[in-house]
Ligand binder design. Structure first.
Ligand SMILES: *[C@@H]1O[C@H](CO)[C@@H](O)[C@H](O)[C@H]1NC(C)=O
Length: 451
């Protein structure tokens, strides 16, 4: 927002303008985001499923020895279960429930929030078949992307892939450990037996991650084409930070002290880079100023040194997308909660969220407001119900998606605020579990802050 300082208005007008960022119904947006996660559910759907246009699917997802691998979340507009970004989304969902119970309660969504976490952790428990064996993917992007169908009509065999001591994946194991440790804290006082199972697996997986070093995408070839991991050191720090928070066991500090210096200057936060989020957790648990300084530097750079689109979206990555922006807003919301520049960051965060949900006259959240994406790149909501046929002719047609995938945040506009609503543009119009995860966490923060 541009501030014009006139003689009469003085400096106050800038502060006033910032504070006056539009307010939206964040509770409704949070409930809708939870519906999006429901819409991504794979496997046998429960009787309390609210998204009724989805049906049971992928009931034969099995490991190489026949292990049951049903459940979990479809990654995006497609139907692969990519555990690496799924685990990241789960860690963020669990974090939001853990530290913002009040916000969920205000939105009457606490139960649903826990269910969203458990839908993933139930699946991760199935994937961790022995101490040093963790399934990391079911289905292959190279195969899955040939078809545009409903999930219950997938016409191909879904292979499963694991990491092992010989084909390691420290990043995947540590991120899954982070998800389970954060979820342990969520369920500790709700279902202590389930929680302790999660913690046992979290500890084993963290040990697996540290003992057999390597990148999971070097071990799972198909993942390398879709979610190639750049490094595992950041996940080792992130996983150890969550385990330290969960257990206060000093051995996790040794892992952090060994790997944090390696990643010290890699500021950022997304499914591939856990660095700045890890520092928030580390500052929270250790109060060591070296983490505070790095987080503050990252947020200061984000807010005060990052270029914006003409309409005010911070271009937190070169091409601009809402996921990258929202992940940054999450880190800085949580930093603000720890006393880092709260009064300066919070109005700016609210303004960025305003851009996502309606400030430009368009909502990039499907189903919210009057104008929102009708052609999200998302198969299950786009395809007509049985017995009608789906397929590429439908994909290429001008028929809007048959169902509204409520609550899903699309990729968003380009760096000049330009956006065209078409299924053909996966970059700007796809919806993914991890695309929503940071944004979801920011929403609960806003709910708590708004009266
Ligand atoms: C955004 O897309 C529009 C339409 O294709 C194009 O004219 C514009 O140059 C793009 N902006 C950037 C920064 O790529």
């Amino acid at each position: 927002m541009r501030c014009i300082i006139t003689v009469a208005a003085l400096l106050l007008s800038c502060a006033a303008l910032q504070a006056a960022a539009a307010t939206y119904d964040y509770k409704k947006l949070l409930q809708m985001s939870l519906l999006f996660y429901e819409a991504q559910r794979s496997g046998k759907l429960p009787s309390d499923q609210k998204v009724k246009w989805r049906h049971d699917s992928a009931l034969n997802d099995k490991g190489i020895h026949g292990e049951d691998l049903t459940g979990g979340y479809y990654d995006a507009g497609d139907f692969v279960k990519f555990n690496f970004p799924m685990a990241f989304s789960t860690t963020l969902l669990a974090w939001s429930v853990l530290d913002h119970k009040k916000g969920y309660e205000k939105a009457n969504a606490l139960e649903d929030g826990r269910k969203a976490v458990k839908w993933a952790t139930d699946y991760f428990l199935k994937c961790h078949v022995s101490e040093f064996e963790l399934y990391g993917q079911v289905g292959e992007g190279t195969v899955d992307h040939i078809y545009w169908t409903l999930p219950e009509d997938m016409p191909y065999k879904r292979n499963a892939f694991m990491i092992t001591a010989k084909a390691p994946g420290s990043d995947l194991a540590a991120e899954t450990a982070a998800a389970m440790a954060a979820s342990y804290l969520v369920f500790k006082d709700v279902d202590s037996k389930y929680a302790s199972t999660l913690l046992t697996h979290a500890k084993q997986l963290m040990n697996f991650a540290v003992k057999y070093l390597g990148k999971y995408s070097d071990s799972i070839a198909d993942a390398n084409k879709f979610y190639m991991s750049s490094s595992y050191q950041d996940e080792l720090v992130w996983g150890a930070a969550w385990l330290y928070r969960a257990t206060k066991d000093k051995s996790y500090l040794d892992i952090i002290n060994k790997y944090w210096p390696v990643i010290m200057y890699w500021d950022g936060f997304d499914w591939d880079n856990k660095k700045s989020g890890a520092e928030v957790i580390l500052y929270m648990t250790t109060r060591d100023d070296k983490y505070r300084e790095r987080v503050k530097s990252y947020c200061d750079n984000t807010f005060f040194k990052t270029p914006k689109t003409p309409k005010g979206l911070l271009l937190t990555n070169a091409g601009g997308n809402l996921r990258s922006n929202a992940n940054a807003m999450l880190v800085c919301s949580e930093a603000a909660n720890l006393g880092i520049e709260a009064s300066s960051y919070r109005p700016l965060i609210k303004q960025q969220v305003g851009y996502y949900v309606g400030d430009t006259g368009f909502s990039y959240v499907v189903g919210f407001g009057n104008k929102y994406p009708r052609y999200a790149h998302h198969r299950s909501s786009s395809c007509p119900d049985h017995p009608a046929k789906c397929g590429w002719d439908f994909f290429n047609s001008n028929t809007p998606n048959h169902h509204i995938v409520d609550g899903a945040l699309v990729g968003g506009p380009n760096a000049s605020d330009y956006y065209f609503d078409t299924r053909k543009d996966a970059t700007h119009n796809e919806v993914t579990c991890d695309n929503n995860a940071g944004y979801h966490g920011v929403l609960v923060n806003l709910i708590e802050l708004e009266g």
